[in-house]
Design a protein around this ligand. Structure first.
Ligand code: GLN
Length: 509
C-alpha cells in the first residue's frame, strides 16, 4: 500500500510516473490511500467534495492504460480541482451558498484536458467565495487551515488547492488567479504556482469572477511539476471567446510551453556552472517600500543573491504605478463581478429563497441569502462604478490606469530586463480571523500581484525561505513578458536545482 503524504514518497510527478509505469504501484491503490489521507486531514478543510466512486473509476481507467502501454502523460497522477471549475459528477459550488447544491452538466475545459491526460481527480477544493479574497476566509464552508500552522490562513483564493498540495494529499491542483489567487496561496503554503498569460488557458467552465482578469493555472511543489500540468491544460479553445488562437507567432496549443521550457533549459545547460549567465532581473524599487515586512524582504534578497550566483544580473527598475494597481483593480474586478454574478437571480439556477412576495422580492432575497458579505460588497461597488454618472469617473478612469500599468511593464521588458522579481505578499501568512473586521487590509495585501493581472502577464511564485518571527513560508515572485511561461519555469527550475526550499514540508522547516 502506498504511504502518504505523497511528498514523502515521490519527489516529482516524473518519479511517480516511473513508479506507476513499472507496475510497482497501481493508480487505484494510490487513489485509495489518497482518499484515506484526505479523510485523515479533514481538519484542514481543504476539500469540499469527495466522491470515492468517481475517483476510483478514473483510477481504474488509468490502470488499464498503464497496463496496456502507451498511457497518457499524467496517467494515475492524483490531482484535485479548485471548486470554481465545473465538473460533471462532483458538485461545483464556488464555495458559495448560492451554488451549494449545484451540479454541472459538463466539465470545464481545464478539467477535461487534465482528465484526457490521465490525471485522477480526488475531488473539489475549498476556496474564497467566487474566488473573492486573499485568505480563503470568505468560503461559506469555513476557512482552510495552513498545513504549516493550523491557526494561519493558507492564502487565497485558491487556499484549498495550496493546502492540499502542501499537505501531500495530491501531487498538484488547479487554481485560478484574478489578482493573485494562485501566487499568494502558493507563497503562503511554501509551494509553487504559475498564472500564465491571459488567454493561454480556456475559461470555459470556470465560474466567472472578473472575466478580463481570470486565468487558470496549476499549483504544485516545483517548476517541473507545474510544467507537467500547465502544458496539457493550456491551448486554444474555440468555445472561449477570450482564448488565444496564437501566442506571438506560435499556435496556442499543448506543447508550446514545454518547447519553451526545453529550449531555455538547453541554453542554461550550455552555460555550465553559471546557467543564468546574462539573464537580466528587474527588481522594482516600488516592491520594497514601507509596507513590506523585513523578514520577507530578507528572504527575497537572499533569493536574488542566489540568482546572481547562478549568473544573473540584477537591475533596479521602476514600476511607478504599482500603488495605483489596488484602486484600479478594485474598481474593474467588482465591475465585472457585478455583471457576471447577475445571472444568480433565484430563477435559473442556484439558491432561491423560501419566502417572498413577488418576483423582485424573490430575486433580492435569494441574492441576499445566497451571497456572503464580501461578495455582496463587490456587487455593490461594481454596480456603483458602472452606474450612470460614475462610469466615467471610476470605471473608465480605472481602465486608463490599467493601460498605463501594462505600459510600465512593457517599458521595463523592452529597455531593462528579461524577468522581474520581487515579493508575492507583504508578510507571511496571517492568523485566521486577523483581517475579518477590516476587509480593506486584505485588499492592500494584493499590492504585488494585482499589476501583473491587470497587464495580463504570466507570473509565478516559488518558495524562497521562512519568516523570522513566525517560521512560515515566504514566496518569490517571478514575472515574465507575454507568452514566456516556458522560460519562466526554466528560470524557476534553475533556482530550485540550486536550493531546497521547495523540498521543505510542513513539520520540518
Ligand atoms: N484578492 C483578490 C480579490 O479578492 C484576488 C482574488 C483572485 O485572484 N481570485 O479579488
Amino acid at each position: 500500500m502506498a504511504k502518504l503524504p505523497l511528498h514523502t514518497q515521490f519527489p516529482s510527478i516524473q518519479a511517480l510516473r516511473e513508479a506507476l509505469g513499472s507496475g510497482a504501484l497501481s493508480a487505484t491503490e494510490l487513489a485509495r490511500s489518497a482518499l484515506d489521507a484526505i479523510e485523515g486531514q479533514a481538519g484542514l478543510n481543504a476539500f469540499l467534495h469527495v466522491d470515492p466512486d468517481l475517483t476510483l473509476n478514473q483510477a481504474r481507467a488509468a490502470d488499464e492504460t498503464l497496463k496496456a502501454g502507451g498511457a497518457p502523460a499524467l496517467a494515475g497522477v492524483p490531482i484535485a480541482h479548485k471548486d470554481v471549475f465545473v465538473t460533471r459528477g462532483w458538485r461545483s459550488t464556488a464555495a458559495s451558498r448560492m451554488l451549494a447544491n449545484y451540479t454541472s452538466p459538463f466539465d470545464a475545459t481545464v478539467v477535461s484536458r487534465l482528465a484526457d491526460a490521465g490525471a485522477v481527480s480526488l475531488g473539489k477544493l475549498n476556496c474564497d467565495e467566487f474566488a473573492m479574497g486573499s485568505g480563503n476566509e470568505t468560503s461559506v464552508f469555513g476557512p482552510v487551515r495552513n498545513p504549516w500552522d493550523h491557526n494561519a490562513v493558507p492564502g487565497g483564493s485558491s487556499g484549498g488547492s495550496a493546502a492540499a498540495v502542501a499537505a501531500g494529499l495530491v501531487m498538484a491542483a488547479t487554481g485560478t488567479d484574478t489578482g493573485g489567487s494562485i501566487r499568494q496561496p502558493a507563497a503562503l503554503c511554501g509551494i509553487s504556482g504559475i498564472k500564465p498569460t491571459y488567454g493561454t488557458v480556456s475559461r470555459l467552465g470556470m465560474i466567472a469572477y472578473g472575466s478580463s482578469l481570470d486565468q487558470a493555472g496549476p499549483i504544485a511543489r516545483h517548476a517541473r511539476d507545474l510544467l507537467e500540468l500547465l502544458d496539457p491544460m493550456s491551448g486554444f479553445d474555440p468555445h472561449d471567446a477570450t482564448s488565444l488562437e496564437r501566442c506571438d507567432d506560435e499556435p496556442n496549443a499543448p506543447g508550446r510551453i514545454r518547447a519553451g521550457f526545453d529550449a531555455a533549459l538547453a541554453r542554461q545547460q550550455r552555460n555550465g556552472s553559471r546557467p543564468l549567465e546574462g539573464l537580466r532581473i528587474g527588481v522594482p524599487r516600488e516592491y520594497f517600500g514601507a509596507g513590506l515586512a523585513p523578514d520577507v524582504a530578507q528572504a527575497v534578497e537572499q533569493a536574488l543573491r542566489a540568482f546572481e550566483s547562478l549568473g544573473a544580473i540584477r537591475v533596479e527598475i521602476s514600476l511607478p504605478r504599482t500603488e495605483l494597481a489596488i484602486p484600479a483593480y478594485y474598481v474593474i474586478a467588482p465591475a465585472e463581478a457585478s455583471s457576471n454574478l447577475s445571472r444568480y437571480d433565484g430563477v435559473r439556477y442556484g439558491h432561491r429563497s423560501d419566502s417572498y412576495t413577488d418576483l423582485e422580492d424573490m430575486t433580492s432575497r435569494s441574492r441576499f441569502e445566497g451571497f456572503g458579505p464580501e461578495v455582496r460588497r463587490r456587487v455593490l461597488v461594481g454596480t456603483y462604478v458602472l452606474s450612470h454618472g460614475y462610469y466615467d469617473a471610476y470605471y473608465l478612469q480605472a481602465q486608463r490606469v490599467r493601460r498605463m500599468i501594462a505600459n510600465d511593464f512593457q517599458q521595463a521588458f523592452a529597455q531593462h530586463c528579461d524577468v522581474i522579481m520581487g515579493p508575492v505578499t507583504p508578510s507571511v501568512a496571517k492568523s485566521i480571523g486577523d483581517n475579518r473586521e477590516d476587509p480593506i487590509a486584505d485588499w492592500l495585501a494584493d499590492i504585488y500581484t494585482l499589476g501583473v493581472s491587470l497587464a495580463g502577464l504570466p507570473a509565478m511564485s516559488v518558495p524562497c525561505g521562512f519568516g523570522a518571527e513566525r517560521p512560515l513560508p515566504v514566496g518569490l515572485q517571478i514575472i515574465g513578458n507575454y507568452f514566456t511561461e516556458g522560460g519562466l519555469l526554466a528560470v524557476a527550475d534553475c533556482y530550485q536545482q540550486a536550493t531546497d526550499w521547495h523540498q521543505r514540508t510542513p513539520g520540518q522547516q
